[in-house]
Design a protein around this ligand. Structure first.
Ligand SMILES: [Zn+2]
Ligand SMILES: [Zn+2]
Length: 108
C-alpha cells in the first residue's frame, strides 16, 4: 500500500468519489442502524473512518445477532468524508483535520 504523503499542503478541495474500503453495518441496542465505513484519501493516502447512524422505525429482533442480514438504506449509501488521516499537514489551520480534502464515498 502507498505511503502517506506528509508533505502535501492542507487545502479544502473536493476529490473524486470513492468506494469504501471496509464497511460494517450493525444494529445498536437503541434500534438504530450504524454504518461504519473506511476510505483512503485520494490526495494524501491517509486512512479515514466515518460512522453514520439512523434510527429505523419498526420492529427489530434485538441487537447483536451476527447472522442477520441488514440492508443499508439508500440514504446511508453515500457518505461525505473529510480527511481525518491523523497526520499533520503543512499550512493546516488550528482545529482542522487531515489534509482538508472532502470526498463522497459510495457503499458497496
Ligand atoms: Zn494526510
Ligand atoms: Zn488527506
Amino acid at each position: 500500500m502507498a505511503e502517506h504523503d506528509d508533505s502535501l499542503l492542507w487545502q479544502v478541495e473536493w476529490t473524486p468519489t470513492q468506494t469504501a474500503v471496509d464497511t460494517d453495518v450493525r444494529r445498536t441496542p437503541d434500534g438504530a442502524l450504524a454504518v461504519t465505513a473506511r476510505s483512503i484519501c485520494a490526495a494524501c493516502r491517509g486512512n479515514t473512518v466515518r460512522r453514520v447512524r439512523k434510527v429505523i422505525p419498526g420492529p427489530h429482533k434485538g441487537a447483536g445477532r451476527e447472522q442477520e442480514h441488514i440492508e443499508i438504506p439508500t440514504d446511508l449509501r453515500e457518505i461525505t468524508f473529510i480527511c481525518d488521516c491523523g497526520h499533520q499537514h503543512p499550512d493546516r489551520p488550528p482545529g482542522e483535520l487531515g489534509c482538508g480534502r472532502y470526498w463522497r464515498v459510495e457503499l458497496p
